[in-house]
Design a protein around this ligand. Sequence first.
Ligand SMILES: Cc1cc2nc3c(=O)[nH]c(=O)nc-3n(C[C@H](O)[C@H](O)[C@H](O)COP(=O)(O)OP(=O)(O)OC[C@H]3O[C@@H](n4cnc5c(N)ncnc54)[C@H](O)[C@@H]3O)c2cc1C
Ligand code: SF4
Ligand code: SF4
Ligand code: SF4
Length: 380
Amino acid sequence: MIRIENPKDCCGCTACASVCPHDAITMKPDALGFLYPRVDESKCVGCGLCEKVCQFNDNYDRSLNLPQPIAYAARHKDINEVMKSRSGAAFVAISDYILEQGGVVYGVGYKDHFRVAHKRAATKEERDEFRGSKYVQSDLTGVFRQVREDLKSGLTVLFSGTPCQTSGLNTFVGKKLRENLYLVDIVCHGVPGPYIWRDYLAYLEKKHASKITYVNFRDKELYGWKAHKETFKFENGGGKINFTYLFYQHIMFRYSCGVCHFTNLQRPSDVTIADYWGWQRTDPDFNADDKGCSLVLCNTEKGRKLFEVVKDRMDTIPAELANVMQTHLSKPSNVHPKRMDFERYYVKGGFEYAARKTGMIGWRYTLTMLKKRLKKQMRK
Ligand SMILES: Cc1cc2nc3c(=O)[nH]c(=O)nc-3n(C[C@H](O)[C@H](O)[C@H](O)COP(=O)(O)OP(=O)(O)OC[C@H]3O[C@@H](n4cnc5c(N)ncnc54)[C@H](O)[C@@H]3O)c2cc1C
Ligand code: SF4
Ligand code: SF4
Ligand code: SF4
């Protein structure tokens, strides 16, 4: 049976809980809300399926991969779609096609009060909620089994998520059902904990004495694509926020993100989508308006064929692999040295206490920002 000795060894994909024929595994949250499997030994018969399905290691399945991915710079021809998506709206182009063929799409949206979770969409209206990155680990409870049911009933399914999620699903569904399953992963540098996100929203609502009604993790309308700044709307007006700062400090990441096995070009998916940082190396005009540009990697023959049929919906340029490399295609993120302290402080005094103690908010944060601004001015 699965036993997690070190939290780094588990990405929380839920494959083990989904595969257990005796429902002996439940996903339980740790202090930051990251889910880990817990086995009820009274139900376990020792069949070993949970260990076999676990793909969070260097031997994950790449049997369908091309010798190397085929890369493109891509941007949807409809600028409205580009503005609503995180990068060049490659996801919308691909998922539109699957839905038009009568298939279903799984992606990340919200449940309850902006709780980040995977959901199923059978129409474009339902799918629209998945547009845009949500920089929090999504809840996958029950989703892998739902995907399997869809595949068994003959539906074509597109599942999009982080590489650790697509890798887990790939092994969970098995070779036979994989035929009608399209896996789309993102280049991923890590996920913050669900409880931190929940508490961060509560902290903002307290500060603004108002309920949040809208979240945009990256507001292109106001700040452009490369700025990566979010906006929130409150019942009583707007507000300036710094979740992005917290995110990029890697202080509330899942431990597995610091040893991620998927930060390379051997992708556990048919198609990879990402921000195309360094797009200028392929064409200096492609994203000159800073509205966003996708990197697309076709990783399998199935992914290549899928991209061929949706390509007309986008402006695309073939890209050399050497020109698409970014940090998270070559190594995992460095998790913040105070990551463990952050968790300890969080358990002791909650989000505000932990964030103040580690300089993510409060006077330490203000001082860091001041120093940064000063340095910038001195360089001019
Ligand atoms: C946590 C996270 C880290 C990322 N890190 C990088 C990075 O280091 N480098 C890089 O180039 N790109 C990164 N991205 C990907 C990038 O932000 C865009 O999502 C990607 O370029 C797709 O953009 P798009 O315009 O095609 O479609 P969009 O409409 O913006 O894409 C949305 C897609 O992302 C999926 N998605 C959204 N939130 C999540 C989530 N929490 N978990 C799993 N899937 C999610 C949706 O299901 C949908 O398929 C990251 C995304 C996330 C969510
Ligand atoms: S060994 Fe088999 S029965 Fe036991 S938890 Fe794993 S999958 Fe379930
Ligand atoms: S990585 Fe996935 S399959 Fe492996 S133990 Fe964690 S949740 Fe289970
Ligand atoms: S960095 Fe790796 S382990 Fe962390 S969420 Fe992304 S794919 Fe999963």
